[in-house]
Design a protein around this ligand. Structure first.
Ligand code: FE2
Length: 147
């Protein structure tokens, strides 16, 4: 099954579509929370604040789209309101854990320096993957995503 047919199958049913949007919102919110958790207690710069705010905004935007669907539930991020909840919750955490271990072994960092280096590497890995994995230009997004 390819990406387009998978997405078409998900959005064909409002309940599944709502869970998918809620899952993406949860993952964006997890990113915002991880960024904030990686911050130094006092040395917080504009770039990190902007990034955390952007991820929180993505979570908000995806959650807001739920009101355009005919569905029930999805008021929170509990398992029953998500698609593949265990994998979705673990995705970012596992990536962060693996990269933190790698940095710890290679650079012998700890504390804030380790958290900040892991933040940078996780962000880089996600951006590289987003840029290189799939071309989405041929996909027709459902009209609910229009701003
Ligand atoms: Fe995001």
């Amino acid at each position: 099954m390819n990406l387009e047919s998978t997405i078409n199958q998900i959005v064909a049913n409002d309940q599944t579509h709502a869970k998918w949007l809620n899952t993406l919102s949860m993952m964006e919110n997890s990113g915002a929370r991880k960024i904030s958790a990686s911050e130094h207690p006092t040395k917080v710069n504009l770039i990190i604040l902007k990034h955390a705010a952007e991820e929180a905004r993505h979570a908000f935007y995806l959650k807001k789209q739920l009101s355009k669907l005919n569905h029930t539930g999805c008021e929170d991020y509990t398992y029953k309101n998500l698609l593949a909840p265990v994998q979705s919750y673990q995705y970012l955490h596992r990536l962060d854990t693996h990269l933190s271990r790698y940095i710890q072994e290679k650079l012998n960092l700890s504390g804030y320096e380790l958290r900040y280096a892991a933040y940078l590497l996780v962000t880089y890995a996600i951006e590289v993957r987003a840029d290189s994995s799939v071309s989405y230009t041929h996909l027709t997004l459902p009209t609910i995503y229009s701003v």
